[in-house]
Ligand binder design. Structure first.
Ligand code: BG6
Length: 467
């Protein structure tokens, strides 16, 4: 028996401005820290990416043709305000209006994220979200967008606050490439959640039309064994990466259990934080005003106790088995015998999707509804005369959609799914050889070729049946 999804379910495709648009120096766009970072690194360029700057109409037409009835995009803050604040760049504003117009023409609902890893360089150089001036600048930028783009119905403040904090200040794979700085990690998480809450309050107080939420990366954690030590390590990883953000979103404060873990992690890593009483007033007010939660979920982690020095190796090449993740005072992520994983060592374990959905329903009953805003499989696809047989991607999406269908049957309000990614795009730490798209992009000619998965996804979307 095939599993089903509801009739009004959104079958979307996800993108992000910096990963899709290219044209990083065109149309009056201002700089982001990534421009310089990638240039210095010299591994790959963000241009032309998938040239969504020029090809958006073709991509939205492909959505219509292939049953993709939602598209997740982000607005590049520096196309609107090139230096983060001040003068508006009308060319950038027009560009996004043209995208929304095209979406309307093709009956594809846009879900719009305001920040997807691309803080303006001017603000970034002054401390990014560690500096509370960036928090206020973000709220002003959001307000401009709410007023200007009244055709948008679904807004998300941030994409993946936890990966922003940890890729910037733990793994050091995002600029400013700092490693193991827990003071910065925790302050960044808190300040971004504060910015989210301020934006939600602004949106609701002014009764802007539509819905607002935040997109969290929630990668379910499991203890590697039943030992007390492994369970504790799992609890600590979970508290930092999941519970801290969900508490902030839905409680408006951090529960005692969460703070016990955060304080323990801080003690082990010589870290401090500054949370102000007035922050919690704002967060508390926002905690019942989120219209939806966006969840990005690709993988889960099995966690083992670890007491040694912190050591991390990020697999940014697809060399299977090269990942190392051991963090002092938290734990070590380990592969699990018998569980499949991608070439980038991402564990394929759809129970993780089901479990995180059920947990939100039970732990945060004021959650409203959920969209899966990212899920998908990165792979070095083989291009054979215009045919791309990506059976492994179909198998991956299928088991994850089934897990979502099970969670819906068990009472979780999941309203849609956005496959990462709509078309192949630029990956922040992997460049162009880790492909996720339904549509293969020849990055030289910018021609799109539907993969086998695109035809399969179309059938699923049309029949609401996970075949
Ligand atoms: C998510 C991000 O974390 O994962 C995307 O929102 C990102 O921007 C995606 O591209 C896949 O990650 P990666 O490293 O495989 O490109």
């Amino acid at each position: 028996m095939f599993k089903k999804l509801p009739n009004d379910f959104i079958f979307g495709g996800a993108t992000a401005a910096y990963q899709a648009e290219g044209a990083t120096k065109e149309g009056g766009k201002g700089a982001v820290a990534w421009d310089e970072f990638l240039e210095k690194q010299g591994r790959f360029s963000p241009d032309p990416a998938s040239d969504f700057y020029n090809k958006f109409a073709d991509d939205i037409e492909l959505c219509e043709k292939f049953g993709v009835n939602g598209i997740r995009i982000s607005i590049a803050w520096t196309r609107i305000f090139p230096t983060g604040t001040g003068e508006v760049n009308t060319e950038g504003v027009d560009y996004y209006h043209r995208i929304f117009e095209e979406c309307k023409k093709r009956n594809v609902t846009p879900f719009v994220t305001l920040h997807h890893f691309d803080t303006p360089k001017t603000l970034f150089d002054n401390g990014d979200f560690l500096n509370r001036d960036t928090v206020s600048a973000f709220v002003d930028y959001a307000e401009f967008c709410f007023k200007e783009f009244s055709e948008v119905r679904y807004w998300a403040t941030f994409n993946e606050i936890y990966p922003v904090a940890t890729n910037q200040y733990l793994l050091g794979v995002f600029p400013p490439s700092i490693k193991f700085d827990f003071t910065k990690i925790i302050q960044c998480l808190h300040n971004m959640m504060l910015a989210h809450a301020m934006t939600v309050n602004l949106f609701k107080d002014n009764e802007y039309p539509g819905e607002i939420g935040v997109v969290h990366s929630l990668e379910t954690k499991y203890p590697n064994s039943d030992s007390k030590e492994d369970k504790r390590a799992c609890f600590l990883e979970d508290a930092l990466s999941i519970r801290f953000l969900l508490d902030a979103t839905y409680l408006g404060y951090y529960s005692e259990e969460t703070m016990e873990a955060i304080d323990y992690i801080c003690k082990n890593n010589n870290a401090t934080y500054e949370f102000r009483d007035e922050d919690f007033e704002v967060m508390k007010k926002a905690s019942n005003r989120n219209d939806y939660l966006g969840i990005n979920h690709y993988q889960c982690h099995f966690v083992k106790a670890y007491d040694g020095e912190s050591m991390i190796h990020h697999n940014g090449t697809g060399d299977k088995g090269s990942s190392v993740y051991r963090v002092k005072g938290i734990g070590e992520r380990v592969y699990k015998e018998g569980l499949p994983r991608t070439d980038w060592d991402w564990l394929i374990y759809p129970e993780g999707m089901y479990d995180i959905l059920m947990r939100i329903k039970s732990d945060y009953p004021n959650y409203n509804k959920i969209y899966i805003t990212e899920n998908g499989m990165g792979y070095k696809d083989e291009f054979d005369n215009g045919v791309i047989m990506d059976k492994q991607r179909i198998d991956y999406i299928k088991v994850y959609l089934e897990a979502i269908s099970d969670a819906i049957a068990d009472g979780v309000e999941v309203k849609g799914y956005f496959l990462w990614s709509l078309m192949d795009l630029f990956s922040w730490t992997n460049g162009y050889n880790k492909r996720y798209g339904l549509f293969y992009v020849d990055f030289e000619t910018q021609i799109r070729y539907p993969k086998e998965s695109a035809y399969w996804y179309k059938r699923v979307s049309e029949t609401k049946t996970i075949i």
